[in-house]
Ligand binder design. Sequence first.
Ligand code: C2O
Ligand code: CU
Length: 490
Amino acid sequence: AAGGLVALAFAGCGVVTPGPVSTIGRIDFDRPLAIPPIAESSVDADGTRVFALTAQAGTTEFEPGVPSESWGFNGGYLGPTLVADRGERVRVEVRNTLDEPTTVHWHGMHLPAAMDGGPHQMVAPGATWAPEWLVAQQAATLWYHPHPHGETETHVSRGLAGLVLLHDDAERALGLPAEYGVDDVPVIVQDTGFSAEGRREAAQRGYAGALGDELLVNGTRSPYFEAGDELLRLRLLNASTARSYAFAWADDRPVRLIGTDGGLLDAPVELPELRLSPGERAEVLVRLTPGERLVLQSRMTPELAGLVGPVAQTNGAADGFDVLELRAAEQLRAATADPDALIPLPPLEDGELAADRRFVLDDSFEINGHAMDLGRIDETVTVDTLERWTVVNDTALPHSFHVHDVQFRLAAVAGEPPPPELAGWKDTIFVEPETEYVLLLRFADYADPDTPYMYHCHLLWHEDQGMMGQFAVVEPGQRATIPEGTDHDH
Ligand code: C2O
Ligand code: CU
């Protein structure tokens, strides 16, 4: 696809060149962090929990008195947080009041392909789409966002995104902070551009996509959060279209990671910094002392700077960011010790492989030499079998890789066992230059030969350029078919 030249222009400068530790773009932390509301829901006669999301255009004052155009669900920017329990049936009535078609994809959710909200489930202007499914997975931090082919970057960056929190009994039994917006705090991180007056504007595009030189957290510019609790659980979502972060505490205390995309780890992991590429989530615990102010930053470590160097260069002066200041009250509600053991991780499956596939990401923004074609099924998977997917980044620059419908495990990164922070359930991985990742996946339930799911780079401009493919999950021996009504490219 397009972009090959851009990639070539950057090739060769992506190799690791340890540089100075990052310069941080400083902010004043002068606005309270917005907390997306919990989505209202009702339970209908058959027990289904029903939510309503309306995609709408509007304005948002990121800077008081300076309205910026923005899109949101049920509001001007971002959307409410959907909360559901394992074992519940849910339905979401998605209404599109925009003047163009969009979709809503449930990123990280295990559900039938027809409910997935990918590019085959377009919602026309004025229409309502009401997908319904059973929540059949463990407690986790998931999210939702549009997925219209070729327009995903635009729709997400305008503001269409929100969190989904899934709970279950095993998670509740751990006694982790669970009061939403109080000690269980959503942290949705996005980068953007601003004019001098404070009007939000499109960011400059680099090889990775559009990279803003400022951050919004839950849509708040320059945010602080007032904590009344000693122990906080932060749910980090990288909802940026292109930028990766390396989150760290300004006082250098380790980042205490307890959960990844698909749920909690088996034990907390302490990291000097936590790297999140677009689409990835992480749950983190932090313990505060009375009156303390603690700043969450994103740092461009020498290692990361080497990996994303060309990206950093498009970002003007700073290559790191102040993200959020935590302000602890003088009196804090005490918390018990954090659990040492969380949710047991089953050992990696070592049964017979039904398929061993390879996905090579190349400089033309293609996978295995093909750009995305809605009329082509790239892979056919037999339901409930074990598959091994080897993802190869054959470029000198970073990408990411996301698979719909499943939470997978990493069996190897560059020929080694995955580090502890990548050993849990994942649906999106950062894919380092010239590196190979081995994934083990099992696509349980929901065979449907007529509707594919997607796998793709979650740098949304790359995805829009065609760095995406389609797989169908079928019963043994079934053949996948092209979805009806799909325009064929050839
Ligand atoms: Cu978060 Cu296919 O997307
Ligand atoms: Cu990419």
